[in-house]
Design a protein around this ligand. Sequence first.
Ligand SMILES: Nc1ncnc2c1ncn2[C@@H]1O[C@H](COP(=O)(O)OP(=O)(O)OP(=O)(O)O)[C@@H](O)[C@H]1O
Ligand code: SF4
Ligand SMILES: [Mg+2]
Length: 362
Amino acid sequence: MSAAGAAPGVSASAAGAAPDVPAGAARAVPAGAAGERLVVVDDVVQRYRLPRERLFGPAPELTAVDGVSLQVMAGRSLGVVGESGSGKSTLARLVMALERPTRGSVRFLGRDLNALPAEELRRARRDFQMVFQDPYGSLDPRQTVARIVVEPLTAIGRVDAGDARERAAHALASVGLRAADLDKYPHEFSGGQRQRIAIARALVTRPKLIVADEPVSALDVSVQAQVLNLLQDLQDEFGVTYLLISHDLAVVDHVCDEVAVMYRGKFVEQGTPQTLFRAAAHPYTRALLDAVPRARPQTRAGARRRSAPAPRHDFAVDPSRGCAFAARCPHAVARCVDQAPELRAIAPGHEVSCHLAFGGGA
Ligand SMILES: Nc1ncnc2c1ncn2[C@@H]1O[C@H](COP(=O)(O)OP(=O)(O)OP(=O)(O)O)[C@@H](O)[C@H]1O
Ligand code: SF4
Ligand SMILES: [Mg+2]
């Protein structure tokens, strides 16, 4: 992953492999060549029109994603972190081509998803699947596990019933559940098991990419680690590529090769998890790190304090100009109010949008 124009931050590792979800010992099937750019997002903007405040007044707009560019190479993992409302789920929906961006493009294996005819897009969907946050809400309680897991297969085209059941059983096996679970209903499972079912459903089409939006945030802490370990194991086994969305840096640290920090629709910092934990340079990233309960405390500057310091400046901030973080930033100077910082490299593979950030942090 990297900002467009910068050297790719996530270089491909071993060739990716699609989850073939075979019964028993799964065998990796090549899914993408080493170095293959699986996803390229170029300068996407997503604006939403909000309800009018006055009968004849203009409809206000909200910019949920504001000029984001990224790349994810086959077999690698990009984490996107940020607080609630920063635009993470909107970005996920754009990558999944569930929404058409106001501006910019989303390419999957070189094809502009939003330029594909509907039928081709439907077929292309087998290569990218999504896991949602809520394992209770995302599984239809009236459907058996078998029907839930095969649903993406039926959505992309006709599939033989016997073959679909076998594929569903294989997918369940790959997430540690049994073929006997196929005829049960979601309420018969724990939260962690339900999220395993959701992951099996994502795997059943043998996708190259899984977009996971807060996949563990609804789970108990003890179960979170199991599900994150499962995601990692599936990547090791099948080479699946992840775009993992979380509000929690510790979660993406567990799974991802690279992390982008999102604030108000923009990427404000990106680098490897090690870089961000050791040398976060954007004040917002540091504030997020302060919220991570004792993850890597020996390397985390923020471990010493429990909350970010309050802003010290007293100048007025216009959120439509300058740095979007200025109103909350303890380091803001007059320039921050007038001039929006660009995302720029301060070290190889480490990009920050802050006027005061230079190699080693702000
Ligand atoms: N369909 C929509 N119409 C109008 N506004 C929307 C729509 N979808 C999202 N938004 C707004 O866009 C902004 C970003 O929302 P988004 O759901 O992408 O944030 P998020 O980072 O995923 O937050 P959370 O961590 O709470 O899930 C929010 O202000 C949200 O209210
Ligand atoms: S540009 Fe200024 S306001 Fe924005 S994060 Fe950096 S120091 Fe803070
Ligand atoms: Mg969200």
